[in-house]
Design a protein. Structure first.
Length: 203
């Protein structure tokens, strides 16, 4: 009964080391567990060393998506420019053709030339004469056809209307304009003494 805890632990330790029978089996089992734990510890240690030596990959900047977005925006802008140009080309062509036909003419002036002439004669002055010029309206040839052997055209004439069916001799613009002839490819119009040929495009 006088045995202490120290003596009991020493006795158990000596039994594990030098005992026989069941103690010997327990000793072998403990030795195997010790070896397995040491092996597992070494494996975990090697894994930690391997992970610490892996260099983190640097993610390159994502430029491809940005470049594709820029190309798409430029494509849309180019398409919008083409649509805008086509929508205004008729107006530009009309202005250019008008300037080409009358580059030096004075604009129409609502002045009574007769009254000015009378005043000039009374005062002994000579005033420059102005001729009132009427610019041709904007015209488009939509279609050319033959009905009952007679050539006709479907046209839009500014101030007259859209979807007009005209034939040679048709007058418009208070009598200043007249359709002279219609061929399968064009419509010939006479406006204030000026002959104009209209194709399927805007004038």
């Amino acid at each position: 009964m006088g045995e202490t805890w120290k003596d009991a632990f020493t006795s158990l330790w000596n039994g594990l080391l030098y005992g026989r029978g069941s103690l010997r089996f327990l000793r072998i089992l403990l030795a195997l567990l010790l070896v397995l734990s040491i092996g597992w510890s070494i494996y975990l240690y090697r894994q930690m060393i391997a992970l610490s030596q892996i260099t983190p990959l640097e993610t390159p900047p994502i430029k491809r998506g940005v470049e594709e977005g820029k190309k798409f925006a430029e494509m849309i802008k180019g398409f919008e420019d083409i649509v805008q140009t086509r929508s205004t080309s008729g107006e530009f062509l009309y202005i250019a053709s008008t300037l080409d036909r009358y580059p030096f003419n004075e604009p129409p002036m609502p002045v009574e030339l007769t009254e000015l002439a009378k005043v000039a004669v009374k005062e002994g002055e000579v005033l420059p004469s102005y001729e009132e010029v009427y610019l041709p309206p904007y015209m488009e040839v939509r279609a050319i056809m033959i009905l009952d052997g007679k050539p006709m055209a479907l046209m839009y004439i500014e101030g007259e209307g859209d979807g007009l069916i005209v034939s040679p001799g048709y007058r418009f613009g208070d009598g200043r304009g007249r359709v002279v002839s219609i061929t399968p490819t064009k419509v010939v119009v006479l406006w204030a003494g000026t002959k104009m040929e209209l194709g399927m495009d805007a004038l």
